[in-house]
Design a protein. Structure first.
Length: 254
């Protein structure tokens, strides 16, 4: 049962980064099944070879699964064994990542095993840095954001983004989906509902126009799909904390 592990004890300042790495390791072979274990921290496991089960669900490589803190879990390979890499982590950012859909409850197949393994290699190398706690936190953020969601953009998102500046948003029916399916697709890949996703795209585009052009606020609102300039100003202010005019003043160099 060849394996390795490294463990860290972050200081209070490291917890302020939002995410801390508490341990990293890997092993392969005919490993014992973990039965009804409860961890005090969260864990992420990448299976790169072999097959088995996680919480009574089949696992085939390459697959990533998360183990939430305080929740009993059972997992392990079949009689032929498997290869796994794992990381223990915690911090206030874990709740945000879970709400945004980056920490799925079920095992998630990974399209690119080599890229996934490279992310764990970077995390392992971070432990050799002079400040491993800070370097591993950065590597963990990258790992979760890269592997926690499907990396292939769904056609529905492409269509919503392409038409986000239209006054009337594209409907689920026009995309060949039911409203429920559209909500599921958008939330799985963005962490938001369709309406919120489109609104954020519009505000992002409005920021670019305010910073880079001389278009009036009214023109910017219409260019980004807001027919009512007053509504645009209220939405922009609520989401950014400043009015469109103030944002332009802050961003312009002259």
């Amino acid at each position: 049962m060849p394996g390795w592990s490294r463990h860290l004890t972050p200081a209070a300042a490291h917890w302020g980064l939002g995410l801390v790495c508490l341990g990293v390791g890997g092993q392969s072979g005919r490993l014992r099944t973990v039965r009804e274990r409860v961890l005090s921290s969260h864990a992420v496991v990448l299976v790169t070879a072999g097959s088995g089960r996680c919480n009574d669900r089949p696992v085939a490589p390459p697959t990533l699964f998360n183990l939430p803190a305080g929740v009993p879990h059972t997992y392990g390979p079949d009689e032929h064994g498997w290869s796994e890499q794992w990381a223990l982590y915690d911090g206030p950012a874990t709740r945000a990542y879970a709400e945004l859909g980056y920490l799925p409850a079920e095992a998630t197949p990974i399209a690119d095993a080599a890229s996934a393994a490279l992310l764990f290699t970077r995390l392992r190398r971070a432990l050799d840095r002079p400040d491993p706690e800070t370097a591993s936190a950065a590597a963990l953020h990258e790992l979760i954001t890269a592997l926690g969601r499907p990396q292939t953009e769904h056609p529905a998102l492409v269509a919503l983004a392409r038409n986000s500046a239209l006054p009337l948003a594209v409907t689920a029916g026009e995309l060949g989906l039911t409203p429920e399916k559209l909500r599921e697709v958008v939330h799985r890949q963005t962490g938001h509902g369709p309406k919120e996703y489109v609104q954020r795209l519009r505000i992002n585009q409005a920021k670019e126009l305010l910073a880079e052009t001389d278009l009036t606020v009214v023109a910017v609102s219409r260019r980004t799909g807001f027919n009512d300039p007053g509504y645009f100003t209220r939405q922009f202010t609520r989401r950014t904390g400043v009015t469109p005019s103030t944002f332009r003043t802050q961003q312009r160099r002259e």
